[in-house]
Design a protein around this ligand. Structure first.
Ligand SMILES: [Zn+2]
Length: 264
């Protein structure tokens, strides 16, 4: 939900720029990518919900990412960094990774819209479904998720006509999703090493986090009762602004969706 809220907010508030004036179809593709990308960083944890998205396939991929992340942590940590494993909340939890993911996505889609976009859409649809329906189908769920992702991808691409998607906007959507994830992790107890490898207090993996009072427990009551509903409301509101501007929701004509715009 945070990925969708972030994508909605960026596209709604960046009205003067290219990303604020996407076609409805381009916006939808970006929304799917950003929602899924908000779960991408946790593929570094083989036991995470998101790593079970595509069953043994994504679990194997996750083990690989975890090993790589562990290696990079061990290689680049200083004496001041904590002596943790580093496989989880490592490389995939840095702005460096978000930038790489943005560039790689843009490059892949630029190379081929005919096969690359459907493959990426399928992958991120799967992550998005897994994330939003995280308690859905506890057994045999990988097959259900894979099937649902396939249907959603097909439906999405039928409607989006493929050629319409802007490669750079797709890349930015993936980057936005990753950053939304980092912000979410930063407000939990462990923090998030967003700024690696920039050393802060002699730590290259400095866990960025707000003051203790503003942090919460993962899956705790604050997250479920406050953060979840607020993010959902922001996601719906911001998406409505972006889609209305793109001309898809004419019934919202005259509704004061952007109170800040009317002030001036
Ligand atoms: Zn995480």
């Amino acid at each position: 939900m945070s990925g969708l809220a972030a994508w909605g907010a960026v596209t709604a508030l960046a009205s003067g720029s290219a990303i604020g004036n996407l076609s409805p179809k381009g916006w939808l593709v970006g929304a799917v990518l950003a929602t899924g990308a908000a779960l991408l960083p946790d593929l570094d944890h083989p036991e995470s919900t998101v790593s079970s998205t595509f069953g043994p396939v994504s679990q194997a991929g996750s083990k690989l990412i975890n090993a790589l992340s562990h290696g990079v942590y061990r290689l680049t940590r200083t004496k001041k960094d904590s002596n943790r494993d580093g496989g989880h909340r490592g490389l995939t939890h840095t702005l460096f990774f978000a930038v790489v993911a943005t560039v790689v996505t843009t490059a892949i889609i630029q190379t081929s819209r005919s096969w690359a976009l459907p493959v990426l859409m399928f992958f991120f649809c799967g992550l998005a479904v897994r994330g939003i329906m995280h308690k859905w189908c506890p057994r045999n769920d990988a097959l259900w998720i894979t099937g649902t992702a396939l249907v959603l991808t097909y439906a999405c691409l039928r409607w989006t006509d493929q050629t319409d998607a802007n490669a750079a906007a797709c890349g930015v959507a993936v980057g936005i999703g990753c950053v939304a994830h980092y912000l979410g992790d930063a407000i939990t107890e462990q923090g998030c090493p967003i700024l690696w490898p920039v050393p802060i207090a002699w730590k290259t993996w400095y866990p960025v986090a707000p003051p203790k009072i503003m942090r919460m427990r993962t899956g705790g009551r604050v997250e479920m009762a406050v953060v979840g509903p607020v993010l959902t409301a922001i996601a719906v509101w911001m998406s409505a602004i972006a889609l209305h501007r793109a001309g898809v929701l004419p019934m919202l004509d005259g509704v004061p969706l952007e109170p800040w715009a009317d002030a001036g």
